[in-house]
Design a protein around this ligand. Structure first.
Ligand SMILES: Nc1ncnc2c1ncn2[C@@H]1O[C@H](COP(=O)(O)OP(=O)(O)OP(=O)(O)O)[C@@H](O)[C@H]1O
Length: 240
């Protein structure tokens, strides 16, 4: 893994004049899992979209190590993303869909794609088309697409959604494995227990502001801090 640190510096996002994220600053380190929490509409998805370059900040900057997103590169060089409604082709199987995506970067072999499908609990030889997939199968395929190229950065918006018990176990296992392999993982979730179980650090958003951060390893809960005044790096997490 080459990415060591992802830094967000005073990022604000306005859409049609409305502030959807305000003065967000935080630091994410490789080999750690960060959980994003917050009620519906608090800005979790928006922050994740900004981090992976799908939208641009209105103000502020995002750095991948020393490189600035939007200036030094348009999209992060090694990122896997699970966002709502992934765009798979209805008329293709899971394997065909992943092969088409993998063709873009040509980084991985068909065997690696098949192994990834197994990893998320899908059968690579399943001939059913995507349109026939259940919600949980669609979610598993979305997760497979995000992880198959072994990205440095994994951004997963509500990865536990729509999954049965075995799917929840699969994602739990996968998060731990990705962390062990040195990836930087950021995921969102509405379940506090799940967030606590899997996160090294939980970041809480409310109305587009970062209102809390807690170090789950040290149980150093520090809610109510203004993120503009204090990044996670300032909190002494850098270099741990
Ligand atoms: N395309 C858009 N145009 C304008 N405003 C948007 C758009 N997408 C989201 N928003 C607004 O941005 C704010 C943050 O939304 P976001 O989707 O990031 O919330 P969230 O925390 O991910 O919510 P949820 O838990 O429901 O997924 C909300 O006020 C939402 O209405």
């Amino acid at each position: 893994m080459s990415l060591k640190k992802l830094e967000v510096h005073h990022v604000t996002k306005r859409i049609h004049g409305n502030i959807v994220l305000q003065d967000i600053s935080c630091t994410f380190l490789a080999g750690k899992i960060y959980g994003l929490k917050g009620i519906n509409g608090s800005g979790k998805t928006m922050l994740m979209r900004l981090l992976c370059g799908l939208i641009r900040p209105s103000e502020g900057e995002i750095f991948y190590d020393e490189k600035k997103l939007g200036i030094d590169f348009r999209f992060p060089p090694s990122v896997g993303i699970l966002l709502e409604n992934p765009s798979f082709l209805d008329s293709c199987t899971g394997l065909q869909n992943l092969k088409m995506i993998a063709d873009i970067n040509q980084k991985i072999t068909e065997k690696e794609i098949r192994d990834t499908l197994f990893r998320v609990g899908l059968d690579p030889d399943d001939q059913r088309k995507y349109k026939k997939y259940s919600l949980g199968m669609k979610q598993r395929l979305g997760i497979a697409a995000a992880v198959m190229e072994k990205p440095d950065l994994l951004i997963l918006d509500e990865p536990f959604n729509a999954l049965d018990t075995s799917g929840i176990e699969m994602v739990s296992h996968l998060l731990a494995e990705e962390k062990k392999n040195g990836a930087l993982v950021i995921f969102s979730c509405h379940d506090n227990e799940v967030l606590k179980m899997h996160s090294d650090q939980i970041l809480e958003l409310s109305e587009g502001r970062m209102v809390g951060e807690s170090d789950e390893k040290e149980k150093d809960i520090s809610y109510g801090c203004a993120t503009s005044a204090r990044s996670l790096g300032d909190a002494g997490l850098a270099g741990k």
